[in-house]
Design a binder for this molecule. Structure first.
Ligand SMILES: Cc1cc2nc3c(=O)[nH]c(=O)nc-3n(C[C@H](O)[C@H](O)[C@H](O)COP(=O)(O)O)c2cc1C
Length: 194
């Protein structure tokens, strides 16, 4: 049985995209298929790093990782606009009982990355998704001096918008991807997710 995990993100400068790629590696290590798709910018003139997401890809996924940078303590407007266009999906309950988690990147350590992760969960809860994060059995959660939270993977990009992830941020993103894939496979095998 194949299990498709959609890694859906918005990123302007590449930090959230770098986390998406690490999460995809974790998904693949767990034996599931990782599909990375980005949300288009409102004024996008450059070629996106990954294909633009289609609503059908959201409908068809078995599990979802959703990423956005922090914008004034909240998700980017582009990411919010994507969810505001998912009413047809919500009306049919197409995401109910599918596993999901969130990831982010912020400029500063206390610039709202945890608040953003929590608020990014709200549309997923309205869609009936089953949210997961990162357990403290992951040793890097105790050690990280930058990103990586129990609410989901994160990166602190600093004033220079550095897209290089720390070792701990990378390992936590990988562990999150693996856990999301394992949970999605278990839900699908048991027939709990549709
Ligand atoms: C309009 C705007 C608002 C932002 N607000 C915050 C913020 O509230 N807290 C923070 O730490 N960083 C903030 N940032 C910085 C971004 O979250 C940070 O650079 C992030 O790593 C960008 O991710 P990306 O490289 O995937 O685009 C903001 C950036 C912009 C452009």
């Amino acid at each position: 049985m194949t299990c498709n995990i959609l890694i859906l993100y918005y990123s302007r400068h590449g930090s959230v995209a770098a986390l998406a790629e690490k999460i995809a590696s974790g998904v693949q290590q767990a034996g599931a298929e990782a599909k990375i798709r980005c949300i288009a910018g409102f004024n996008q003139h450059t070629q996106p790093r990954h294909p633009i997401a289609e609503l059908a890809e959201l409908r068809d996924c078995d599990g979802l990782a959703f990423g956005s940078p922090v914008r004034f303590g909240n998700m980017a407007a582009e990411a919010k606009a994507f969810w505001d266009n998912t009413t047809s999906c919500w009306l049919k309950g197409e995401l109910i009982n599918k596993a999901a988690g969130v990831f982010t990147s912020s400029g500063s350590l206390h610039g709202g990355n945890e608040a953003n992760l929590l608020s990014m969960m709200l549309p997923l809860l309205h869609h009936g998704m089953l949210l997961m994060g990162i357990p403290y059995s992951e040793p890097e959660l105790h050690k990280t001096q930058s990103g990586g939270t129990p609410y989901g993977p994160s990166h602190v990009s600093g004033m220079s918008a550095d897209t290089q992830l720390s070792v701990e941020e990378q390992r936590l993103a990988l562990a999150f991807g693996k856990r999301l894939a394992q949970l999605s496979m278990a839900l699908k095998t048991k027939g709990f997710s549709t």
